[in-house]
Design a protein around this ligand. Structure first.
Ligand SMILES: [Zn+2]
Length: 277
Protein backbone atom coordinates (compact mmCIF):
# COMPACT_ATOMS: atom_id res chain seq x y z
CA UNK A 1 0.00 0.00 0.00
CA UNK A 2 1.35 3.40 -0.93
CA UNK A 3 1.96 6.11 1.60
CA UNK A 4 -0.67 8.29 0.01
CA UNK A 5 -3.28 5.61 0.71
CA UNK A 6 -2.07 5.16 4.29
CA UNK A 7 -2.32 8.84 5.01
CA UNK A 8 -5.50 9.44 3.05
CA UNK A 9 -8.35 11.10 4.80
CA UNK A 10 -7.01 12.75 7.91
CA UNK A 11 -3.68 13.78 6.38
CA UNK A 12 -2.91 15.33 3.05
CA UNK A 13 0.30 14.48 1.20
CA UNK A 14 1.62 17.77 -0.15
CA UNK A 15 4.33 18.00 -2.77
CA UNK A 16 5.80 21.27 -4.02
CA UNK A 17 8.92 21.81 -6.10
CA UNK A 18 11.07 21.85 -2.94
CA UNK A 19 9.26 19.95 -0.20
CA UNK A 20 7.03 16.96 0.43
CA UNK A 21 5.14 16.86 3.68
CA UNK A 22 2.04 15.68 5.45
CA UNK A 23 -0.55 18.20 6.54
CA UNK A 24 -3.47 17.43 8.85
CA UNK A 25 -6.57 17.59 6.64
CA UNK A 26 -8.61 19.36 9.32
CA UNK A 27 -6.25 22.32 9.19
CA UNK A 28 -6.28 23.03 5.49
CA UNK A 29 -8.97 25.72 5.72
CA UNK A 30 -9.86 25.92 9.35
CA UNK A 31 -7.98 27.48 12.23
CA UNK A 32 -5.42 30.10 11.28
CA UNK A 33 -2.36 27.93 11.62
CA UNK A 34 0.07 25.90 9.55
CA UNK A 35 1.30 22.42 10.40
CA UNK A 36 3.57 20.06 8.50
CA UNK A 37 5.41 16.82 9.07
CA UNK A 38 8.16 16.70 6.48
CA UNK A 39 9.24 13.62 4.56
CA UNK A 40 12.75 12.83 3.30
CA UNK A 41 11.89 14.16 -0.15
CA UNK A 42 12.59 17.70 -1.32
CA UNK A 43 9.44 17.72 -3.43
CA UNK A 44 9.75 17.21 -7.16
CA UNK A 45 13.41 18.30 -7.13
CA UNK A 46 14.53 14.70 -6.53
CA UNK A 47 16.85 15.82 -3.73
CA UNK A 48 16.82 14.58 -0.16
CA UNK A 49 15.28 16.84 2.48
CA UNK A 50 17.36 16.63 5.64
CA UNK A 51 16.60 19.47 8.06
CA UNK A 52 19.32 18.85 10.68
CA UNK A 53 22.37 21.09 10.47
CA UNK A 54 24.32 18.39 12.36
CA UNK A 55 23.84 15.96 9.49
CA UNK A 56 24.29 18.11 6.45
CA UNK A 57 25.95 21.19 5.02
CA UNK A 58 24.71 24.03 7.22
CA UNK A 59 24.00 26.50 4.44
CA UNK A 60 22.14 23.87 2.42
CA UNK A 61 20.08 22.78 5.39
CA UNK A 62 19.14 26.35 6.28
CA UNK A 63 18.14 26.95 2.68
CA UNK A 64 16.01 23.81 2.73
CA UNK A 65 14.34 24.95 5.93
CA UNK A 66 13.45 28.22 4.23
CA UNK A 67 12.09 26.33 1.24
CA UNK A 68 9.79 24.36 3.55
CA UNK A 69 8.62 27.58 5.25
CA UNK A 70 7.98 29.08 1.83
CA UNK A 71 5.81 26.08 0.92
CA UNK A 72 3.83 26.68 4.12
CA UNK A 73 3.26 30.35 3.40
CA UNK A 74 5.84 31.35 6.00
CA UNK A 75 8.51 32.76 3.73
CA UNK A 76 11.23 34.87 5.38
CA UNK A 77 10.16 33.84 8.87
CA UNK A 78 12.63 32.71 11.51
CA UNK A 79 12.23 29.04 12.37
CA UNK A 80 12.66 28.43 16.09
CA UNK A 81 14.31 25.18 17.17
CA UNK A 82 16.07 24.01 20.34
CA UNK A 83 18.80 21.59 21.31
CA UNK A 84 16.74 18.44 21.81
CA UNK A 85 17.88 16.30 24.73
CA UNK A 86 15.06 13.76 25.26
CA UNK A 87 13.88 15.60 28.36
CA UNK A 88 10.81 17.61 29.31
CA UNK A 89 11.83 21.25 29.29
CA UNK A 90 9.46 23.51 27.39
CA UNK A 91 10.70 26.63 25.62
CA UNK A 92 8.24 29.52 25.37
CA UNK A 93 8.93 31.65 22.32
CA UNK A 94 7.71 35.08 23.41
CA UNK A 95 8.58 38.64 22.40
CA UNK A 96 11.96 38.71 24.23
CA UNK A 97 12.98 35.45 22.56
CA UNK A 98 11.98 36.82 19.16
CA UNK A 99 14.05 39.92 19.92
CA UNK A 100 17.16 38.13 21.16
CA UNK A 101 16.89 34.69 19.54
CA UNK A 102 17.33 31.19 20.93
CA UNK A 103 20.94 30.24 21.51
CA UNK A 104 21.77 26.73 22.66
CA UNK A 105 18.58 26.35 24.64
CA UNK A 106 18.03 22.73 25.66
CA UNK A 107 14.39 21.68 25.51
CA UNK A 108 12.09 19.19 23.80
CA UNK A 109 9.03 21.33 23.22
CA UNK A 110 8.30 24.86 22.03
CA UNK A 111 5.20 26.96 22.60
CA UNK A 112 4.13 30.33 21.21
CA UNK A 113 1.14 32.61 20.99
CA UNK A 114 2.83 34.87 18.44
CA UNK A 115 1.56 34.84 14.84
CA UNK A 116 4.09 34.14 12.09
CA UNK A 117 6.54 32.41 14.43
CA UNK A 118 7.23 28.86 13.19
CA UNK A 119 8.37 26.24 15.71
CA UNK A 120 10.10 23.00 14.72
CA UNK A 121 11.32 19.74 16.22
CA UNK A 122 13.65 17.35 14.43
CA UNK A 123 12.74 13.67 14.26
CA UNK A 124 13.95 10.36 12.88
CA UNK A 125 11.63 7.80 14.58
CA UNK A 126 10.72 9.96 17.60
CA UNK A 127 7.12 11.14 17.70
CA UNK A 128 6.42 14.77 16.74
CA UNK A 129 3.27 16.12 18.41
CA UNK A 130 1.60 19.36 17.46
CA UNK A 131 -0.76 20.99 19.97
CA UNK A 132 -3.05 23.93 19.27
CA UNK A 133 -5.97 25.97 20.47
CA UNK A 134 -7.90 28.55 18.48
CA UNK A 135 -9.24 30.59 21.43
CA UNK A 136 -6.81 31.84 22.51
CA UNK A 137 -4.54 31.08 19.55
CA UNK A 138 -1.60 29.09 20.92
CA UNK A 139 0.53 26.43 19.25
CA UNK A 140 3.17 24.00 20.47
CA UNK A 141 5.36 21.32 18.99
CA UNK A 142 6.75 18.43 21.03
CA UNK A 143 9.59 15.93 20.51
CA UNK A 144 8.41 12.73 22.19
CA UNK A 145 10.62 9.71 21.79
CA UNK A 146 10.90 7.01 24.41
CA UNK A 147 12.69 9.15 26.99
CA UNK A 148 10.64 12.26 26.29
CA UNK A 149 7.57 10.12 26.80
CA UNK A 150 9.07 8.76 30.02
CA UNK A 151 9.64 12.36 31.19
CA UNK A 152 6.06 13.24 30.13
CA UNK A 153 7.12 16.08 27.89
CA UNK A 154 3.65 16.38 26.34
CA UNK A 155 2.03 16.75 29.77
CA UNK A 156 4.61 19.38 30.70
CA UNK A 157 3.81 21.23 27.49
CA UNK A 158 0.12 21.27 28.36
CA UNK A 159 1.00 22.62 31.82
CA UNK A 160 3.06 25.40 30.23
CA UNK A 161 0.23 26.28 27.85
CA UNK A 162 -2.05 26.55 30.88
CA UNK A 163 0.29 28.52 33.13
CA UNK A 164 1.54 30.96 30.50
CA UNK A 165 -1.47 31.34 28.23
CA UNK A 166 -4.47 30.24 30.33
CA UNK A 167 -5.18 27.41 27.89
CA UNK A 168 -7.12 24.56 29.51
CA UNK A 169 -6.26 21.01 28.32
CA UNK A 170 -9.94 20.54 27.44
CA UNK A 171 -9.46 23.17 24.71
CA UNK A 172 -6.33 21.63 23.21
CA UNK A 173 -6.19 19.68 19.95
CA UNK A 174 -3.31 17.26 19.35
CA UNK A 175 -1.93 15.90 16.08
CA UNK A 176 0.76 13.20 16.10
CA UNK A 177 2.93 12.76 13.04
CA UNK A 178 4.87 9.82 11.62
CA UNK A 179 7.07 7.90 14.09
CA UNK A 180 8.43 4.43 14.68
CA UNK A 181 5.41 2.21 15.24
CA UNK A 182 4.57 -0.57 17.65
CA UNK A 183 5.24 -2.88 14.68
CA UNK A 184 8.97 -2.05 14.82
CA UNK A 185 9.99 -0.39 18.10
CA UNK A 186 11.45 -3.41 19.92
CA UNK A 187 12.90 -2.75 23.38
CA UNK A 188 14.46 -4.84 26.11
CA UNK A 189 14.06 -4.79 29.88
CA UNK A 190 16.68 -2.05 30.21
CA UNK A 191 14.36 0.33 28.36
CA UNK A 192 11.03 -0.97 29.59
CA UNK A 193 11.91 -1.33 33.29
CA UNK A 194 11.73 2.38 34.16
CA UNK A 195 8.21 2.57 32.72
CA UNK A 196 7.15 -0.48 34.76
CA UNK A 197 8.33 1.32 37.88
CA UNK A 198 6.72 4.70 37.16
CA UNK A 199 3.57 4.12 35.08
CA UNK A 200 0.74 1.91 36.29
CA UNK A 201 -0.69 1.87 32.75
CA UNK A 202 2.58 0.79 31.05
CA UNK A 203 1.01 -2.40 29.71
CA UNK A 204 -1.30 -0.28 27.57
CA UNK A 205 1.61 0.75 25.37
CA UNK A 206 4.24 -1.97 25.74
CA UNK A 207 3.34 -5.11 23.84
CA UNK A 208 5.12 -8.34 24.87
CA UNK A 209 6.83 -9.94 21.85
CA UNK A 210 9.11 -12.64 23.23
CA UNK A 211 11.10 -13.41 26.36
CA UNK A 212 12.43 -10.10 27.66
CA UNK A 213 11.35 -8.09 24.62
CA UNK A 214 8.49 -5.67 24.09
CA UNK A 215 7.51 -3.20 21.41
CA UNK A 216 6.52 0.31 22.39
CA UNK A 217 3.53 2.18 21.02
CA UNK A 218 4.56 5.85 21.30
CA UNK A 219 1.18 7.04 20.03
CA UNK A 220 -0.72 5.04 22.66
CA UNK A 221 1.59 6.23 25.44
CA UNK A 222 1.26 9.89 24.50
CA UNK A 223 -2.48 9.56 23.88
CA UNK A 224 -2.76 8.25 27.44
CA UNK A 225 -0.81 11.24 28.77
CA UNK A 226 -2.93 13.69 26.77
CA UNK A 227 -6.19 12.14 27.93
CA UNK A 228 -5.07 11.91 31.56
CA UNK A 229 -4.26 15.61 31.43
CA UNK A 230 -7.74 16.39 30.14
CA UNK A 231 -7.47 16.57 26.35
CA UNK A 232 -10.73 15.13 24.92
CA UNK A 233 -10.24 11.92 22.89
CA UNK A 234 -12.06 13.50 19.93
CA UNK A 235 -9.36 16.19 19.84
CA UNK A 236 -6.54 13.68 19.37
CA UNK A 237 -5.43 12.27 16.03
CA UNK A 238 -2.37 10.45 14.77
CA UNK A 239 -0.92 9.67 11.36
CA UNK A 240 -0.13 6.04 12.30
CA UNK A 241 2.66 5.92 9.75
CA UNK A 242 5.70 3.92 10.87
CA UNK A 243 9.00 5.52 9.91
CA UNK A 244 10.74 2.12 9.75
CA UNK A 245 8.09 0.44 7.61
CA UNK A 246 8.01 3.56 5.40
CA UNK A 247 11.70 4.34 5.56
CA UNK A 248 11.63 5.14 1.84
CA UNK A 249 9.64 8.25 2.76
CA UNK A 250 10.79 9.11 6.29
CA UNK A 251 14.12 9.18 8.08
CA UNK A 252 14.58 6.41 10.65
CA UNK A 253 17.35 6.10 13.22
CA UNK A 254 16.44 2.45 13.77
CA UNK A 255 16.58 1.62 10.08
CA UNK A 256 19.55 3.78 9.06
CA UNK A 257 21.63 4.33 12.17
CA UNK A 258 23.52 7.45 13.19
CA UNK A 259 23.73 8.85 9.68
CA UNK A 260 19.97 9.11 9.31
CA UNK A 261 18.84 12.57 8.32
CA UNK A 262 16.08 14.36 10.17
CA UNK A 263 12.60 15.38 9.24
CA UNK A 264 10.70 18.05 11.10
CA UNK A 265 7.36 18.68 12.69
CA UNK A 266 6.56 22.35 12.14
CA UNK A 267 3.72 24.48 13.44
CA UNK A 268 2.94 28.19 13.30
CA UNK A 269 0.06 30.54 13.83
CA UNK A 270 -0.51 32.24 10.50
CA UNK A 271 1.12 35.62 10.08
CA UNK A 272 -1.15 38.62 10.47
CA UNK A 273 -0.75 42.05 8.97
CA UNK A 274 -0.37 43.61 12.42
CA UNK A 275 2.36 41.33 13.74
CA UNK A 276 5.63 40.14 12.26
CA UNK A 277 8.36 41.72 10.27
ZN1 LIG B 1 6.89 -0.50 11.45
Amino acid sequence: MGIQAVSAGRFLWRTTSDASYLEPAELQNAPPLRCAFTTRHAGTSGRALNLSVDLGQRAEVLADRQRVLYALGLAQKTLYTVRQVHGNHVCVVDAPVVQHGLHGVEADALVTALPGVPLGVLVADCLPIMLYTSQPPVVAVVHAGRMGTYHQVVRKTLETMQSRFAVMPEQVHAVMGPAIGACCYTLDMHAVGPFQECFIDWQQYFIPRSAGLWTMDLIAANTAQLQTAGVPPRHIQAAHICTVCYNQHFYSHRAEGREAGRGMGIVALCPTSSVGE
